[in-house]
Design a protein around this ligand. Sequence first.
Ligand code: SF4
Ligand code: FES
Length: 257
Amino acid sequence: MDLTLHIWRQKNPDDAGRFATYQLEGIRETISFLEMLDILNEQLIEQNEEPVAFEHDCREGICGSCGMVINGLPHGGQKGSTVCQLHMRHFKDGDEIVIEPWRSRAFPVMKDLIVDRSAFDRILMAGGYISVHTGSAPDGNAISIPKETADLAMDFAECIGCGACVAACPNGAAMLFVGAKIAHLGILPQGEPERERRVRAMVEAMDKEAFGACSNYTSCEAVCPKEISIAAIARMNRDYRRAFFTDRPMGSGKKRQ
Ligand code: SF4
Ligand code: FES
């Protein structure tokens, strides 16, 4: 198929940026979207032009690095898919494709399609972990966890930190990402002792970044390639409220999930 690509080109964070138009011919529908961009870049290099900078690593939907907006939709709008899982069979001959970086104040554009997502890293450093002493590997069954609890934690642990939720949100909110990280640790018994400290620290770290607040548009859930439910946000709000406004320490009393 032959395609016309309109791609955001921006030399560095200070450059105003602009769309550049490229023609590609003979693209096979069996290749992936990123392979199509690889072909474009090989052509640009042959023409002594600067290739398009875009992030990618695993190319199998698990690392979260490949985010970009395709025809107005983060990750291209295929349900439950990252850009690297998007294939050219979803396009047709003659299509015009507009490709942009995430657009959000908290994710400044570094170059072309690459944004700086270190705001996510700072939130994770504030509390997105459990404190356990390392040593010899513990017995896998030392703490038994009901399957439903493990499954629920896994639903939230699937977040790959790609940032599509922020890019899709009219408020630029990061609450689906932060809620998923808080939920997957807090649901498991290993994460319970630090549940209160974690939710406070991560929400405060989020508030220091340039993210907006959730007002229930639910665009985040709609574009999330891992189909993380906005229940994560409700859980985060509940934990934060409990950590702040009740005397009862978290981890005491009735078992919560
Ligand atoms: S919640 Fe979904 S969209 Fe947001 S960072 Fe995680 S995987 Fe990406
Ligand atoms: S390259 Fe890793 S999720 Fe796309």
